[in-house]
Design a protein around this ligand. Sequence first.
Ligand code: ADP
Length: 494
Amino acid sequence: MLLKALDASISGIILTDNRLPDNPIIYCNKAFEIITGYDRSEIIGHNCRFLQKEDRDQKERAILRDAIKNGKNCVVDIRNYKKDGTFFYNELFMSPIKDENGKVNYFIGVQNDVSLRKKAEQDLRKQQELMEKRVAERTQSLKENEDYLASIVQTVRESLIVLNPEFKVLSVNDHFLKTFKVTTEDTEGRLLYELGNGQWNIPALKELLESILPTNNPVEEFEVEHDFPYIGKKLMILNAHRIELEGQYKDRILIAIEDITDRREIERRKDDFLSIASHELKTPLTTIKGLVQIMQRMVPPGLDEKFSSVLDKTGVYVDRLNNLIAELLDVSRIQTGNIELHKDLFDFDKAVHEAVETIQVATKSHQIKISGSTNENVSADESHIVQVINNLLSNAIKYAPDHKEIDVYLSRVSNFVKLSVKDRGMGIRVEDHKKIFDRFYRVGDIQQRFPGMGIGLYICDQIIKNHGGTLWVESELGQGSVFSFTLPLNKHAA
Ligand code: ADP
């Protein structure tokens, strides 16, 4: 029964006799025959080493030898070969059978073909090695990318701060440290509002930053002036955004700080210069204008026609120069907040008709057509509003040299009067729509073809804003332009 039980096992089992020379096999079960392909009669009397064929150089053999010598148990995965030469991994459990004196008489060997498991293990190991290699490569390339980005961040000439949702500083770049004369330890991990002597504790900024995380609304062009302990007064422009990675908002805020102290100072000096220069030019020009008028009156009858015509032309050019200087003075008045409005009720439609007529008289090249009406009296500074209308009309003429129709539309919209000037000229790219209302901005390479200083629309915009209205443009390149403005009728709004 015991022999039958042994033959029923799926593990190969052998017995070796340690008392005989070379420890030969004295028994093997059925499974051993199936695993190795040898018949019982071929192996009885042999030492087990035939299972390794020529593959003798295996450390597992030394483990086995050692266990046999010391009469101990051992388990090894050893490379074996079947009778037909097929390789298999043999998981061999070897155990001594001792007599009552402790002498090892026999060894039992239990074996299983574990080639499949071994292969799976090897494949897994290879896969792991491959994965590790890939991870190492990716890590390396990520690190290179990170270094690359970090070097950009460190080189930009803007101060950058990254904050967490509690407004603690996570990191700052070198430019920040240099500009505000602080160290990394002074900043990282601290609350933005507690940095330095609380220099960033600005209520308006706090309010804006607090609205970024919940709404994702960026803070743009926020101007801050602050007196810093070591570096003095600084004028800065702040832009703050919630950091977005792969389309997902992260709970981090990036603040970019541009120091515009020097730029503002230069702008201020330029404005001062313009203001002084225009004042200085205005005085002699007024005298010249007066003298030309005297000469015009003094022309004796019967004098050469040419003389009068030269004098008249001189008068026209003096007037033109006068207007240019007046515009420059307007700019400096706006800059210093000294623009004065003298508001009175006047008939808006009548003022528009008169302004159009004056311009129409002076231009033969264009035809200005008025349609619509407001039938309203507005409370505004008439001369300034006429100045705006003149400016829009002269631009429509100037920038549409080959298209003679210009339309002026008048309407009342809600409690506003609205005026639009439409030309069919060169038009304006959408990217320039906002910029043309900036001081001294002229589109592209316009200077060679059309003279001008780029301040007319700036002045118009300021005048309309000061009246509580808006001025805007609708245009496309090559499609003509429509400039419109509104003025409020409501006395409170005005
Ligand atoms: P200027 O005419 O002296 O350049 P403005 O402030 O009046 O100054 O205009 C600013 C710029 O806007 C102009 O240089 C021109 O490029 C553009 N612009 C103004 N009006 C028109 C218009 N009607 N059509 C096309 N471009 C215009």
